[in-house]
Write a protein that binds this ligand. Structure first.
Ligand SMILES: Nc1nc2c([nH]c(=O)n2[C@@H]2O[C@H](COP(=O)(O)OP(=O)(O)OP(=O)(O)O)[C@@H](O)[C@H]2O)c(=O)[nH]1
Length: 143
């Protein structure tokens, strides 16, 4: 029997200075102490964009419209026994001030600088995709 793929949604919140928010995973969890994009697993029957809006509310206390989440890229992760697919979205519009409700700490950094942080393995290609995506210009940046 094959294992069901776990879908994980994650967000690159981008501020007006072009920096992205990462959070540090708390002790006692997989990847404890590593820096990750806010997000989490999609629950059965849940839309991925709604799942990410829910996670951003739970983890950071933010209100985000699912329509404000723009797909950037994806990466396969996990193990053969526990395969995962991580879907990274950009978000520039949110309401509220990010608070570390579940993480140990929050950190804003330039996307190109994220790779210098200790992150889960899947996050390095996601950070690279984010940097490329921003360098290419988001559709509403094009004039
Ligand atoms: N939110 C998030 N999760 C990530 C990232 N990179 C990455 O490998 N993951 C993994 O994707 C899964 C996300 O699920 P979760 O946030 O609900 O994790 P959790 O610790 O509550 O659940 P778990 O302990 O069952 O894994 C975790 O296994 C986490 O390690 C990332 O950038 N953001």
């Amino acid at each position: 029997m094959t294992n069901t793929i776990i879908i994980v949604v994650a967000a690159a919140l981008i501020d007006s200075a072009g920096r992205t928010l990462v959070q540090q995973r708390p002790p006692g969890k997989a990847h404890a102490g590593l820096w990750e994009f806010p997000g989490g697993k999609v629950e059965p029957g849940e839309r991925p964009d709604a799942a990410l809006a829910r996670e951003l509310a739970e983890e950071l206390g933010l209100f985000v419209e699912p329509g404000a989440l723009e797909p950037i890229g994806f990466v396969q992760a996990g193990t053969p026994e526990r395969p995962m697919l991580l879907l990274l979205h950009a978000c520039r519009d949110w309401q509220g001030e990010p608070a570390a409700l579940e993480a140990t700490a929050l950190h804003w950094d330039r996307p190109e600088a994220l790779a210098a942080l200790p992150m889960p393995p899947a996050d390095y290609p996601l950070a690279a995709a984010l940097a490329r995506w921003l360098a290419a210009g988001m559709p509403h940046d094009r004039r």
